[in-house]
Write a protein that binds this ligand. Structure first.
Ligand code: BDR
Ligand code: CA
Length: 310
């Protein structure tokens, strides 16, 4: 049976690639896309999500509006990374579908009750919607099968502050709630995603994909590559979110380690930094499985091969 997934996302260039990957994957039954603030405003992310479901052949999957701002801090967006509209230089036709009349929070709660112990939440943006859903209905915690979050760092540098990763920085309090909830929780941090650099050579390998898919990937990632080059001196772009999606289907792509993870909520310089207790100094039970190694070539081959299926 296909894995039932709710995608919580802030599209976003690499979010877009994750949506394409889910659309190309028969192993996944995408039950809903819940949209959050993050790479750009929730309204722009919603407009992008609606267009992307068409591109990914997911028309009909409910797209629900989520939080427009974090729980405590003020809104951060990343338009220098993803462009004013959130999808770099890519232009997509108007969406066929419209936004669901249910909120993201209610969508999560209802689907979890409809499919108890079957839903995986794949969170590739700030965790605000999940935290709000837990707050509204704490009974969902025990009914969710698994939560996978793209976010955080273990040993890698931050991409938002010297120590903090963007998704966690955008709503550290929400991530703290997710960490403490007691989920079967997998974290996909920058330590592995920043090894997955998508380059022009990978773009050139998309010749078996439909022209509109190849064109979208080329136009969106060109902007993302320019950002990585200018701000991070990196050749190519880190396709963080598709790796988190890929491991639902191909867990063998990463090595997971059990860790007790915390997120700093107060630090003057280190706010939103994630830490793991490698030496078990705190004597706490592990609350996460963290992806610490990745087979980069196998992941890139998998992603490119799946794009040809759309
Ligand atoms: C994460 O931040 C966002 O900009 C990307 O979409 C990804 O989810 C990487 O730090
Ligand atoms: Ca994202």
């Amino acid at each position: 049976m296909a894995m039932r997934v709710i995608l919580d996302t802030d599209p976003g260039i690499d979010d877009a690639l994750a949506i394409l990957l889910l659309g190309a994957s028969h192993e996944i039954s995408l039950e809903a896309i819940t949209v959050t603030h993050g790479n750009t405003t929730v309204d722009k992310c919603l407009a992008n999500a609606l267009r992307l479901v068409d591109l990914a052949g997911l028309t009909g999957v409910p797209v629900a509006r989520g939080a427009s701002s974090p729980l405590v801090k003020s809104l951060t967006v990343a338009e220098e990374t993803h462009g004013d509209g959130g999808l770099g230089y890519a232009l997509l036709p108007d969406a066929r579908g419209t936004v669901s009349d249910k909120s993201a929070v209610d969508t999560i709660i209802e689907l979890v009750h409809q499919y108890p112990h079957e839903i995986t939440i794949l969170a590739i943006g700030p965790c605000t919607n999940i935290a709000l859903a837990i707050h509204k209905d704490p009974t969902i915690i025990a009914l969710i099968d698994r939560v996978v979050v793209m976010g955080g760092v273990v040993h890698a540098p931050g991409n938002m502050t010297p120590d903090a990763e963007f998704n966690i920085f955008c709503d550290p309090e929400a991530f703290d709630i997710v960490l403490r909830a007691g989920f079967d929780l997998t974290i996909v941090p920058l330590d592995v995603t920043y090894q997955c650099l998508f380059t022009k050579a990978h773009v050139a390998r998309l010749s078996s994909a439909k022209p509109e898919i190849a064109q979208f990937i080329e136009d969106s990632t060109r902007f993302y590559m320019e950002f990585h080059d200018e701000y991070q001196d990196i050749d190519g772009c880190a396709i963080n979110d598709p790796l988190a999606a890929a491991i639902l289907i191909r867990p063998d792509l990463v090595t997971l380690r059990d860790y007790y993870m915390t997120v700093e909520l107060k630090g003057e310089f280190t706010k939103a930094k994630t830490s793991v207790d490698h030496y078990k100094i705190l004597k706490k039970k592990a609350n996460t499985k963290v992806a610490m190694e990745v087979d980069v070539d196998a992941f890139m081959d998998f992603f490119i091969e799946r794009m040809a299926r759309l």
